[in-house]
Design a protein around this ligand. Sequence first.
Ligand SMILES: [Zn+2]
Length: 305
Amino acid sequence: MKKIYSVCLLFALFACSALASFAQSAQKQPADSLWSVRLDEIRQVAAMIPGRRALRINVLKFAESRRSKKFSVQGAPDEPSVQARTVFQVVFADGTVMIDSGMDEQVHRFFGRGVIEPYYPDAAKQVERALRSARAIIITHEHGDHVAGVIRTPFVAELAPKTLLTRAQIQALESDPQMPEIKITPDMASHYNVVDYEKFLPFGPGMALIKAPGHTPGSQMVYVALESGREYLFIGDTAWHMDGVRLIKGKDAPWIQEDQAALLAQLEWLNELYRTEKNVFIIASHDDEERKELIAKGVLGDGLE
Ligand SMILES: [Zn+2]
């Protein structure tokens, strides 16, 4: 009897320690399980749809937020920094694709939180024209400064059917929008082109979408390889400034809620890409210094066509 008892105890102890180590490993997920994307996989997905690849990519800044750099990059000095509000235009020989849709002035004011910040109505008009003439519109994530342009617009009936929103983006916009102005109803949602995918989605010749929840649940990255061979990776707001990628540092902005572990795994991967892949241009939506530098180098065109 005693022997059976001690065997049982031993077994119970073993089960306990196995459980504990399982719990520990679940807690400390390796970065791999949070982010296991490889560039060669992305390139392969981007090559799935035959056809002529894009010729060039343009950027336009339509507004600015002025925030201390300490909010954009953990540990950065408390010094003034411009957050550019931007859209990107991928130009093919026979049409364009927009990455992000901008926002109207009212949503812009939300981000100023009481402070009036620069908004350029002429540039905003250009964004509207480019959205209307685009074949398709892709949204990096469901925050107001990226998505409001396809929700709060008099042309919503025209733009919605050619706007690709992911299921995760729709869910957030319906049930947990960043601000009340961009909340959509299920009826509104039914007008957009809603997609869902596990990891990658081939989008067009040389283009792929990469699921990247972290900054928001509906965040995705957009990869574009041009006909010239030059490659771009639009990371939306994974980092607000490229120093976040260079230093592997997240943001320090108490007003946003992010999945820190996922974000850090993404930043680690982006950092390696940044250091090793000189032909891949990683584009952070709000980095105004990077925008100017890449325009000067001819990597991004200045203004929309
Ligand atoms: Zn943003």
